[in-house]
Design a protein around this ligand. Structure first.
Ligand code: ZN
Length: 153
């Protein structure tokens, strides 16, 4: 396991669309392990592979309820609405309010290649959607409707 360098806003890799993973390999598992280490080291609650320069559809999240790693995550249901503060390890020191669905079901694979479906509300839903956005080259500031809420933290 290892800490990888987190790419910051302005790095073109953050604006590219990540490719699906065709098969779980030891390399993908190592990537997931390294991403978890990197997220915990940076005291974040989520990280997407493009943030460590890898254009593959892999995310890790932990909102304090345990590590959740997903490969090829796909939102199959999104409903409701929540508005709340968000930040990003690639945009350090900045927070802003973002409106997102409040309930999602996300399907994908776990670290062992098994199909999983995660039913998430509130912060976990927000976090999953934020990380999945990274896989499509979208940053949370793109989704800020009220620029007044952008603040330094
Ligand atoms: Zn982020």
């Amino acid at each position: 396991m290892a800490i990888r360098m987190i790419r910051l806003e302005g790095d073109p890799v953050l604006r590219q669309v990540a490719k699906p993973v065709s098969k779980i390999t030891p390399q993908i598992q190592k990537l997931m392990d390294d991403m978890a280490d990197t997220m915990y080291h940076a005291e974040g609650i989520g990280l997407a592979a493009p943030q460590v320069g890898i254009l593959k559809r892999v995310i890790v999240v932990d909102i304090g309820e345990g590590l959740l790693g997903m490969v090829n995550p796909e939102v199959v249901l999104a409903e409701g609405e929540q508005t709340g503060p968000e930040g990003c390890l690639s945009i350090p020191g900045i927070q802003a309010d973002v409106t997102r669905p409040s309930h999602v079901i996300v399907k994908g694979w776990n670290r062992d290649g098994e199909e999983i479906a995660v039913d998430a509300e509130g912060l976990l839903a927000r976090c999953l959607l934020h990380e999945i956005d990274h896989l499509d080259g979208i940053l949370f500031l793109d989704r800020v409707k009220e620029p007044d809420t952008i603040r330094r933290v």
